[in-house]
Design a protein around this ligand. Structure first.
Ligand SMILES: [Zn+2]
Length: 412
């Protein structure tokens, strides 16, 4: 397995030479990266090697009393299959949105017509003052919740400290873990965690568009604690260092690993802030830190939770746009109509579709699959300590998206 794992890492690095977004993180031997840059393997050769590795894996015995060993085998196989699909896409293969998400992320998002969102839209309509297009009223309502540029770092630092303090009692993190935050512009994403290895992350926040107060906790949990930073640090600690499983030193973005990464990062918000705890912290600490009117915190949280229920509308826009059923302008209009995304943000999101394509399902479908998995394993919302336990167990293991749906294997 270790030999196959090493070959897998080298293939991911080789494919990275054809696709600049593919290798999201790599902290294995630097000479492997230099080798990939020097050799510039052709796609056809990468494909042949990956196919050979998949058949080598089929001959490896998987029966083991160690669940992690079985997960490792299934994970490597599925990551290689996703790599093969990405090669075919780079060679020009055209996949539908659902075919692509199945091939790359091991999951397909449910289909919802516009009518599916109407009930929620009516509730938002009742909650927002004025008349005129709902998205404009939502945008106007949100103006009161923008964090000014000069207070951004203070608010984010406070949120990060809180998320870290809530995570530490439940997760044994390496003592030297840390991350830095940078504020950047001109990106198709709103935030990004670049994991550097040695338990360090670089987190970038895109300030192209106004940043609203709820972004502070979203970002601090999603990119930091207990999201991407913790996930990557736990994989490094438990799999790379304790077990010397070298395949986890590389993170190919267009692979099933991304659904687990994004799903846990999003679900981690409610794990860290169960019930009304998020609202209390925002109202009592973040609103004052941002100089905003704390008496508005509850109504803002209510509207936000309604808008969150429209998350799948973004998937629909991406699916129809990438399948060629909606033009670019129509995709923007769909997001404005059904996802409550104001024009500028919908334009930014459509640029995200151009670059990352069906990756969009990883956020909301990923969250739902992770939530269902953790809660069915005993981590119901009423059992916060147990929920943390199951959540952290998932973070530290190489489980596949399709494995989140399957009945859980017996736990030790
Ligand atoms: Zn993310």
């Amino acid at each position: 397995m270790n030999t196959i794992a090493e070959q897998y890492v080298k293939l991911v690095l080789a494919l990275g030479q054809h696709d600049a977004d593919y290798v999201d993180a790599f902290y294995g031997p630097p000479e492997w990266k230099a080798e990939a840059e020097r050799d510039k393997q052709r796609l056809v050769d990468i494909r042949a090697s990956a196919e050979r590795l998949v058949s080598d894996l089929r001959r490896v015995t998987t029966e083991s009393s160690d669940e992690l060993l079985m997960l490792r085998h299934a994970y490597l196989t599925r990551q290689l299959e996703a790599l093969l699909s990405r090669v075919r896409m780079l060679e020009g293969a055209k996949l539908t949105f659902d075919e692509e998400s199945q091939a790359l992320y091991d999951a397909v998002a449910p289909v919802h017509p516009g009518s599916y969102f109407e009930t929620t839209l009516k509730e938002i309509d009742r909650a927002l003052p004025g008349d005129g297009p709902l998205v404009d009223r939502y945008d106007a309502f949100r103006q009161k919740f923008i964090v000014s540029a000069d207070r951004l770092a203070r608010v984010f630092d406070r949120a990060i400290a809180e998320c870290r303090a809530r995570t530490l009692p439940h997760v044994q993190l390496p003592t030297n873990e840390s991350f830095t935050v940078e504020y950047v512009k001109n990106q198709p994403w709103s935030g990004y965690n670049w994991y550097q290895g040695n338990y360090r992350s670089l987190i970038q926040v895109n300030t192209d568009l106004p940043i609203y107060i709820d972004r502070a906790i979203d970002l601090a949990c999603h990119e930091g604690y207990p999201g991407h930073h913790v996930y990557n640090a736990l994989l490094e600690k438990h799999l790379v260092r304790d077990r010397a499983w070298v395949e986890f030193t590389v993170y190919p973005l267009f692979s099933p690993q991304s659904l687990i990464a994004e799903g846990t990062a999003n679900y981690g918000i409610e794990v860290a802030f169960p019930g009304d705890e998020r609202l209390a912290f925002e109202r009592d600490v973040l609103f004052p830190a941002a100089g905003l009117d704390a008496s508005q915190a509850a109504v803002y949280a209510k509207v936000r939770s309604l808008v969150d229920r429209l998350a799948y509308a973004g998937n629909e826009a991406a699916r129809q746009y990438l399948n060629g059923e909606l033009s670019r302008a129509e995709a923007v209009a769909w997001q404005m109509r059904y996802a409550m995304t104001p024009a500028a943000a919908a334009e930014q999101r459509t640029r995200f579709f151009d670059t990352y394509r069906s990756y969009v399902i990883n956020y909301n479908l990923g969250k739902d699959l992770v939530k269902q998995y953790v809660e069915s394993a005993g981590g119901a919302a009423t059992q916060p300590a147990r929920r943390w336990q199951e959540f952290v167990r998932l973070l530290a293991s190489p489980r596949l998206p399709s494995g989140l749906r399957a009945p859980s294997a017996p736990r030790r």
